[in-house]
Design a protein around this ligand. Sequence first.
Ligand SMILES: [Fe+2]
Ligand SMILES: [Fe+2]
Length: 158
Amino acid sequence: MCDHCGCRDLTPVRRLMDEHDRLRELSDVVRRALAADDLPRAQTGFRMLLEVLGPHVAKEEKALFPRLAEVAELADHVAVLEGEHADLFDAVDRLDDLAGGSGFAEQWADGVQRALHELDEHMFKEDFGLFPAALATLDGADWDAIDAWEGAARVMPT
Ligand SMILES: [Fe+2]
Ligand SMILES: [Fe+2]
């Protein structure tokens, strides 16, 4: 499956999929806290999720997507996924804008659950659509460039 290093576990795509797993774990933390009416725990879990999501999306949009957008048959799909990133962050902004007071907990919980559902669907499209297409399309030089971007981002967080 991976012609870059001979081990799919070492590719940037494998790392992106591991980050998806972490995002699903943190989504579960938020959902379980909401089910237990523990709003502070849900908010902490959601903040932790956003700390993973931000760099993850930056890596997709700056390192992976531009290479795939150059492939004619993938360009539209990449544009849809970028639009979903924007929609997710718009949903986060709306949560930040919610006024406190009565009704806040319910509005926040509803908004977060919708955002987590959108995130689930988005990650499914990447795991089973775009990432396999990337593994089939990109070559060793592309993976090296993505590795280099990741290395630079670790030195200077985006
Ligand atoms: Fe994404
Ligand atoms: Fe992703």
